[in-house]
Design a protein around this ligand. Structure first.
Ligand code: ADP
Length: 274
């Protein structure tokens, strides 16, 4: 399912004295099966952009096409439920949205709400729990008995249980320790490879963008200022620095070496254990 943004503008509280323009003239194409990282300072428009991916926000001008659905700016589109199923968003601190008595009920909530039978939803809950690396006995526990990292995995399993074609991740590792961060990011990489899931990742981590994404989009003040493969993006470090973005030495070193020897160096070779 390709996603195409054409001249997208978004104004919050449009035509009121509180109007705030958050996106200007965004053109972006996200191909089926790609892994795109979106980077930019706080307030650059990343969250606003990603909420257009499933119609949570709609453009005030331009259009967003998601598969066979086009949302045209200025029109209030309805019946966005099918889109919400196809595009799953994992918001920051998704564990804050857990509320059921058991993990199983929490994961089953979305599918049952979309008309899946209880039996089928339970099957999916089991499968998704294993996808996020948690054992089956967790199903009967209260989500609130679990550790923070486990709760986050349960919340992610709830999004996966909807079987989305596109997974949108807004800072999915915020607040986790370095080991937990790597485990979660490796889990998304596996899902991307095994299930051909399209992934759109909003992150502050250049290292994660360099390591996992095949395309990087850089936002600044509501516009896309740069996009390209990690190689293209990191071959012009000066402009990243001009934007005030910190490029870690490991990322710089890797791309500098690659440009010298002409071969990709696996990021794992340069990992410094934190
Ligand atoms: P980011 O995710 O990169 O931090 P956001 O998309 O959250 O950026 O915000 C982009 C701009 O839109 C910011 O100036 C922010 O203050 C503004 N903004 C975000 N949400 C709202 C809202 N609900 N109402 C008004 N302005 C908002």
């Amino acid at each position: 399912m390709d996603i195409i943004f054409k001249n997208v503008e978004h104004r919050y509280q449009a035509q009121t004295p509180f109007e705030k323009r958050a996106l200007y003239d965004i053109d972006l194409e996200i191909k089926t099966g790609s892994y795109v990282a979106v980077i930019g300072h706080t307030g650059s428009g990343k969250s606003t952009l990603l909420q257009h991916l499933n119609g949570l926000l709609q453009p005030t001008k331009g259009s967003v096409t998601i598969g066979d659905r086009t949302i045209v700016g200025g029109k209030k589109e309805k019946n966005l439920k099918p889109l919400r199923k196809k595009v799953g968003i994992v918001f920051q601190f998704p564990e804050h949205q857990l509320f059921e008595e058991t993990v199983e009920k929490d994961i089953c909530f979305g599918p049952i709400n979309f008309g899946v039978s209880e039996e089928e939803a339970k099957r999916k809950a089991k499968e998704c729990l294993s996808l996020v690396g948690l054992p089956e006995e967790v199903l009967t526990k209260s989500p609130f008995e679990l550790s923070g990292g486990q709760m986050r995995r349960v919340a992610i399993a709830g999004v996966l249980a909807m079987e989305p074609e596109v997974l949108v991740l807004d800072e999915p590792t915020a607040g986790l320790d370095p080991r937990g961060r790597k485990e979660i990011m490796d889990m998304f990489a596996r899902l991307h490879q095994q299930k051909q899931l399209t992934i759109v990742l909003v992150t502050h981590s250049m290292e994660d963008a360099a390591r996992y994404a095949d395309e990087i989009v850089i936002m600044n003040k509501g516009t896309i200022v740069k996009k390209g493969t990690p190689e293209e993006i990191f071959s012009d470090v000066t402009s990243l620095m001009e934007l005030g973005l910190d490029v870690p030495e490991t990322v710089l070193f890797k791309h500098l070496l690659e440009s010298k020897i002409g071969e990709a160096i696996p990021s794992t070779c340069l990992t410094i254990e934190e």
